[in-house]
Ligand binder design. Structure first.
Ligand code: BDR
Ligand code: CA
Length: 326
């Protein structure tokens, strides 16, 4: 049974208070562009978590993205966890390149906020109690720490969108585990058990590998736009494109951008349904895998998974955004 379970609503008149928690490289940067440039978003903060590439590089990439969006000094960047909760950090430089942006560098000298990312998440959730959306597009370390530090944190959040896991058991960093969950499974376990009022998953398989692929023709369309943003995109995306192509995916994948966009645009979602989601912490071959139980009762369900989006509309949105002069 597929149905639209999401009844929450934002009006056109009031932009959505938003935080993006990110391991800023490649698609994370494009996701930030969505949050920075879409008038439906009121981006309150960017919080950085250990993930894709070196931590300091991720911070630089966030400031580079702010610069491209023409919003330096308007949205604070908060430094979060520099290691997963329990296990050592695992990078994704094999996927996104050493720096995740194809050698592009910021020219601004803006500094991160002094407040820790976890404190900022807790504060913003309190200040916007019942209204704040958090889009988590990296490992869930910062979100788990906020849950542990403030017993009211989860209840204060309107919606948590998580990019991570797979409904069908197929991973990308191991046969069974998707990268964001694999890097910090203990954090993911804390988050799915935290009792957030509304959690929506943008998963790797099948959603990302079917509905977010930008093939050669799509990349050529973006390149032909020849704007600062499109040139940034093509260069920052090149390593991911090559990696995903070699992995047989047909082009680059854009789950992080989709995660921000689904928080803003409910019409993009074609199907979603409730699940009981658990994280495998002990499996010999499956640590970091997500288990999506579709037979869960309403009382057992702890999340909704987006199962299908309008892929053409998503690409057209991204092309339109990258075609603008920031
Ligand atoms: C996720 O892993 C990261 O490398 C990407 O940024 C994305 O968030 C996909 O598995
Ligand atoms: Ca990411």
């Amino acid at each position: 049974m597929h149905f639209r379970a999401y009844a929450g609503c934002m009006t056109d008149a009031s932009p959505l208070p938003l935080v993006v928690d990110t391991d800023t490289a490649a698609d994370d940067c494009f996701a930030l562009l969505v949050a920075l440039l879409d008038p439906r978003a009121d981006l309150q903060a960017i919080t950085i978590v250990a993930g894709n590439v070196g931590f300091a590089q991720q911070v630089d990439n966030a400031f580079l993205t702010l610069e491209l969006a023409g919003r330096v000094g308007e949205v604070p960047v908060h430094l979060g966890a520099q290691q997963p909760l329990v296990q050592p950090w695992v990078s994704a430089t094999d996927v996104h390149g050493e720096d995740g942006v194809g050698g592009q560098r910021r020219t601004n000298t803006e500094q991160p906020a002094s407040e820790h990312a976890v404190d900022a998440l807790i504060r913003l959730a309190r200040e916007h109690a019942g209204e704040l959306t958090i889009v988590a597009i990296g490992p869930l370390t910062n979100i788990a720490l906020a849950v542990r530090l403030d017993p009211e944190f989860a209840a204060n959040v309107r919606e948590l969108v998580i990019m991570g896991g797979s409904i069908n058991g197929r991973g990308n960093i191991t046969p069974a585990a998707e990268y964001n969950i694999f890097v910090d499974p203990e954090a993911a376990d804390i988050v799915v058990r935290a009792g957030f009022p509304r959690v929506r998953f943008v998963t790797w398989d099948p959603l990302t590998v079917r509905d977010t692929v930008f093939d050669e023709a799509r990349i050529a369309e973006i390149a032909a736009l020849d704007t600062d943003l499109s040139r940034f995109f093509v260069r920052a995306n090149a390593a991911t494109y090559a990696f995903d192509l070699a992995a047989g995916l047909g082009g680059s994948t854009h789950p992080d951008s989709l995660s921000v966009l689904v928080a803003l645009d409910r019409d993009l979602v074609l199907a979603e349904r409730p699940y009981r989601v658990d994280v495998e912490l002990r499996g010999e071959f499956t640590r970091g895998a997500t288990v999506f139980e579709g037979r869960a009762t309403d009382a057992e369900a702890n999340a909704t998974a987006i199962e299908s989006v309008n892929s053409e509309a998503f690409f057209h949105y991204m092309r339109r955004m990258l075609g603008r002069s920031a």
